[in-house]
Design a protein around this ligand. Structure first.
Ligand code: NAP
Length: 327
């Protein structure tokens, strides 16, 4: 199969509406043009400018379609009297006022599983890029520096201890991809699982044990800043972090201090406390690899996420039941 051709195993294409249009949706966030076209093939999408220009439209909105890096606060939910469903194109829903939506009997849906592989690929790719200094190596060759001196040595992944924070759908895909690299795996989470890897119920204890900490847990209040100065000190001067979870999981100011002062060796970050990343000290640090929250950002995966989001909307508006509601 050529790149950009997508086979969606086990999924029927979204059905055509029967007997008239589906209700209107409010779009919150910027979507790739191809993804927006998928939604527009079945739904009328309004944006916040449409509602400002024609406030009467507010009453016609029955659903919100969004992405996981945008917020759906309680105030927005309250402004839409006909709102029945919030559909996010992503698995994380920490930006949605979930309890408030539930109180108002508004269904919230996400797109689990279809993005696991893409996020896991990015996590492994960023880890290797960090250890082998790939961005620097590229710049080195382009600048002609290779003709002057050899490139500094990198660090091997083989033989390292890797700890996964959040061994869920994505965490397990990361673990499976790391096994062939001959690493020693462990994981931190609230529950011990039936897997062959060591479980830690203390994050500082796992950080002390490992060389690499991979974050793949949800964001939100329960995991806010669980990676802090203590955990970073335990990880130590040879330790590195890969964060494909949420920026909120890491105390970013503690992380900057640790990176700038040799408390840890490096970090590969796809997510940040504030996105897009503004003028952060992270941008000046040489021992960091930065990505603009692209865990699921492949043509194939974004298309599958949109298909699942659309299946949720179609099923909900037809039957009252969503396909993958947030539990
Ligand atoms: P999942 O299947 O629900 O897995 C979450 C894992 O985190 C579970 O193993 C859970 O284990 C653990 N966990 C939950 N709460 C925890 C806590 N308070 N402390 C420690 N561990 C906790 O979710 P998933 O589908 O793998 O997605 C995980 C997250 O990845 C998402 O929520 C999202 O934030 C992030 N994500 C990022 C991108 C990106 O573009 N970078 C894309 C997709 C998803 P226990 O229940 O045993 O604690």
């Amino acid at each position: 199969m050529k790149m950009n051709e997508t086979a969606v195993a086990g999924q029927e294409p979204a059905e055509q509406p029967v007997g008239g249009e589906f209700p209107k949706l409010l779009k919150i966030g910027v979507f790739p043009a191809s993804v927006e076209a998928q939604f527009r093939s079945l739904f009328t999408l309004l944006d916040e400018d449409d509602l400002r220009n024609d406030p009467a439209q507010v009453a016609s909105v029955a659903g919100i379609v969004t992405r996981s890096n945008y917020r759906i606060p309680a105030e927005l939910i309250d402004r839409l009297p006909g709102l029945r469903i919030i559909t996010t194109n992503g698995v994380g829903y920490d930006g949605i006022a979930l309890d408030h939506a539930r109180q108002k009997n508004i269904v919230v849906t996400n797109t689990p599983d279809v993005l696991n592989k893409a996020v896991a690929e990015l996590a492994v790719g960023m880890l290797l890029a960090l250890l082998r200094k790939l961005p620097e190596a590229d710049g080195f060759v382009r600048a002609g520096a290779w003709e002057e001196s050899p490139f500094p040595l990198g660090t091997s992944l083989a033989g390292k201890r890797v700890g996964i924070v959040g061994l869920g759908r994505i965490g397990k895909e990361i673990a499976q991809r790391l096994v062939p690299f001959e690493v020693d795996l462990s994981y931190f989470g609230r529950a011990r699982q039936a897997v062959p890897w060591r479980h830690f119920d203390s994050l500082p204890a796992m950080a002390r044990h490992v060389d690499v900490l991979v974050l793949s847990c949800p964001g939100g209040a329960a995991t806010r800043h669980i990676v802090d100065a203590t955990v970073l000190r335990e990880l130590g001067p040879d330790g590195v972090i890969v964060n494909v979870a949420r920026g909120s999981v890491v105390n970013e100011s503690d992380l900057c201090h640790a990176l700038a002062n040799g408390i840890i060796q490096g970090a590969a970050l796809d997510v940040f406390e504030s996105e897009p990343l503004g003028p952060s000290p992270l941008r000046q640090l040489p021992n960091v690899i930065l990505a603009p929250h692209i865990g699921s950002a492949t043509h194939e995966t974004r298309r599958q996420m949109a298909e699942l989001a659309i299946r949720n909307l179609v099923s909900f508006f037809r039957t009252g039941r969503a396909v993958t509601p947030v539990a």
